[in-house]
Design a binder for this molecule. Structure first.
Ligand code: FES
Length: 311
């Protein structure tokens, strides 16, 4: 059993526990968000002890040299002495410009306090330790940052956001490389499941704004046709090829029941010449990345963002 020293006190780490969970169990206030190694909100520094290599996955060389690591991904292999980095908790405060809740979705617009690439994500903070990562749905032309957040009625963060009177919110940890950077003439394919369409909406608008020359093909998938997210907005955009995939047909929307995997088969012959952007559940993203790679696309041309279950 490893022993962790934090703020001068030693804690026994239960077998199989990650370091973040063990410290939170002790009611210590360690900032955290995704707990999946994506947002980097839980970074700590090891002053003593070996850092498991997976706890530094995704960190920069400079961060690694400083012995920083992700506490949610750290399963200690020896005793460690750890602390928070000096800039832990460094955040920007943004005014909330609008917040609406409709059809189980919170549409949040906040002051644009940071420059970003459409498709990236930010951590939004409820308080000093509780944050959640959300993809940015706005594009660089917008004068605000927009998020489309699934409301979960017993979810600590989304229920607080939906119902509490809040005038400002803290943001930090801009990250993500599923984004549109420079205009290109290659065909681009956007595949989104549910609110996975939110970052793709920003990417799509950015590509149109920058005068993307290749074809733009959109696949918007949902389990039920009534849940096709951004359905009306996508249908109204000219110059793009929009396809909808559902498993169950249960509304007045004229959408064929067809599986997303089956639907994209139609374009896979040209996969090597296309850029792909895939956002949605982890399972779907993994499955489609593999399918598209096996069809001949280079991994560097498959950009993806797997969503964490909403809470
Ligand atoms: S909480 Fe550890 S990386 Fe997000």
């Amino acid at each position: 059993m490893s022993e962790i020293q934090y703020q001068g006190i030693r804690y026994q780490l239960p077998p199989g526990s990650d370091l973040l969970s063990a410290l939170l169990e002790q009611d210590l206030r360690i900032p955290n968000s995704c707990r999946q190694g994506l947002c980097h909100a839980c970074k700590m520094i090891a002053d003593e002890g070996a850092i498991p290599s997976e706890a530094q996955s995704g960190l920069t060389d400079a961060e690694c040299i400083q012995n920083q690591f992700l506490s949610c991904q750290c399963y200690p292999i020896s005793d460690m002495s750890v602390r928070l980095p000096d800039d832990a908790g460094k955040r920007l405060t943004a005014k909330i410009l609008s917040k609406t809740l409709a059809n189980g979705l919170i549409s949040l617009k906040i002051e644009k306090v940071i420059d970003y690439l459409p498709g990236q994500f930010l951590t939004l903070w409820k308080d000093d330790i509780n944050g959640r990562c959300y993809s940015i749905a706005s594009c660089s032309d917008d004068a605000f940052l927009e998020f489309h957040i699934k409301h979960v009625s017993d979810g600590e963060f989304s229920d607080w956001l939906a119902h509490d009177e809040i005038a400002t919110i803290d943001v930090s940890n801009l990250a993500g490389d599923c984004c549109y950077q420079t205009a290109s003439d290659r065909d681009m394919v956007l595949i989104g499941l549910g609110t996975g369409m939110a970052p793709l909406w920003g990417i799509l608008r950015e590509a149109l704004m920058k005068g993307h020359k290749g074809r733009i093909i959109v696949y918007n998938a949902a389990r039920e046709s009534k849940n096709l997210y951004l359905y009306d907005q996508l249908k109204d955009i000219s110059g793009i090829e929009c396809n909808f995939s559902v498993r169950e047909h249960n509304s007045e929307r004229q959408v064929d029941v067809i599986d997303i995997d089956e639907m994209i088969d139609a374009i896979l012959e040209q996969a090597a010449e296309m850029d792909f952007y895939i956002c949605g559940s982890e399972n779907m993203v993994k499955r489609l990345r593999r399918k598209i790679f096996m069809a001949g696309a280079m991994l560097s041309n498959i950009h993806s963002d797997a969503f964490i279950a909403a809470i």
